[in-house]
Design a protein around this ligand. Structure first.
Ligand SMILES: NC(=O)c1ccc[n+]([C@@H]2O[C@H](COP(=O)([O-])OP(=O)(O)OC[C@H]3O[C@@H](n4cnc5c(N)ncnc54)[C@H](OP(=O)(O)O)[C@@H]3O)[C@@H](O)[C@H]2O)c1
Length: 234
């Protein structure tokens, strides 16, 4: 079955790997970035879309536009997000607002904008990229963990709300994945292969969720590198 999948964060890391995998499998992908100029190659089944999740007021309009242009849309992979890690006193109020907005509130707004039409499909999937930080709080993670815990509570509740509809809601919680996520952070996974997941590992998990038989709902998947090693850059 050919799917039409909206992928946020399609320009980098996990979202990019998910988009590549879905295109290889013959699906159509609407790939989002704040800068569609990042999508240099034009591919027949790939539709670039400009989306800035920090501009909450634009999201419902963009949702309507997507469903007008791609009425066959039947899945969304929410892979956009970013990390900021510091002691709470080191965050500005604006930084707190921004992290919660992009990692949580915007995903809720986008879901709300798309949900009614997805419920009318024979099969539909909403797949959210959570994190190991959705499962356990940790030092310097007050806001990042809060954004991912919030996302997890949202997913569990939404799955329950969608229980009588064809919409299946899934949360994928990766441990450290070797992506540009760490470019602006002062830590990253250890260098050995076993110390990080690859973006393709997460893309495989997303593909598994999307390919599950129509009567199977995969609520949550946790995946981690075999060895958890954090390397501090300075
Ligand atoms: N890497 C990890 O270790 C790891 C582990 C667990 C969970 N995660 C989660 O996985 C998701 C993807 O992370 P990644 O590792 O793939 O990071 P990444 O390589 O830095 O990619 C982040 C993506 O998010 C998009 N994005 C960031 N801010 C945005 C905004 N305001 N509006 C729209 N798009 C925005 C970026 O797109 P543009 O810059 O092109 O707009 C980019 O495509 C995040 O939610 C992250 O929390 C990552």
């Amino acid at each position: 079955m050919t799917r039409t999948v909206l992928v946020t964060g399609a320009s980098s890391g996990i979202g990019r790997a998910v988009s590549r995998k879905l295109l290889q499998q013959g699906h159509q992908v609407i790939g989002c970035s704040r800068d569609v100029g990042k999508f240099s190659r034009s591919l027949p089944a790939f539709f670039p879309l400009e989306l800035d999740l920090s501009r909450l007021e634009t999201i419902s309009g963009i949702g309507r536009q997507i469903q007008r242009q791609h009425p066959q849309l039947d899945a969304v992979v929410f892979a956009a997000g970013f990390g900021r890690f510091a002691a709470l006193e080191e965050f500005s109020e604006r930084q707190i607002e921004q992290l919660m907005m992009v990692n949580f509130t915007a995903q809720v707004f986008l879901t709300k904008a798309l949900l009614s039409k997805l419920k009318q499909k024979a099969h539909a999937n909403l797949v959210y990229i959570g994190s190991e930080a959705a499962l356990r709080g940790a030092r310097k993670g007050t806001i990042y963990c809060a954004s991912k815990f919030a996302l997890r509570g949202f997913c569990q509740s939404l799955a329950d709300e969608c229980g009588k509809s064809p919409v299946r809601v899934s949360l994928i919680n990766p441990g450290m994945v070797r992506t540009p996520f760490f470019d602006n952070l002062d830590f990253c996974p250890g260098e050995a292969e076993k110390q990080a997941l690859t973006a393709d590992d997460v893309a495989d998990a997303v593909a598994y969720v999307l390919a599950a038989p129509g009567h199977v709902a995969i609520d949550e998947l946790n995946l981690n590198p075999v060895n958890k090693v954090i390397r501090f850059k300075k």
